[in-house]
Unconditional design. Sequence first.
Length: 139
Amino acid sequence: MAGELADGVLTTMVGARTLNEYVIPTVTRAAEAAGRPTPRIAAAFSVCITDRPDRARDRIDAVLADYTKERPEFKAMLERENATRPSEIALVGSEDDVRSRLERLEVDGLTDLIASIKAPNSEEVARTRAVLPTMVTGP
């Protein structure tokens, strides 16, 4: 329905696999069939630029633990990704690691990133805030 009627879609707790194999192609085909331009496709991701990815992943899992325990739709999306923890679909790592994943998502059709910075300390929050805008392109 989103491809036929909406100007955009927003996903959350959905990783690259679900975006690439399901969301983007389904929305794109529906828009084409309806004679509409492809809607914007936005995804919310937990993000942390860090040299200590294990700590960042632990933080993400702690923050999102209740979502995956209490919300079956979020658990289902993780299962679709073959993931057991939210941090497995997060954008975590060095600048190069995160940039590479963002570029791949953009090539595959993601038009908008909703970044939820989840870092274990204020220095990594600041680092992520400083670097992230240099990694994304505007419409």
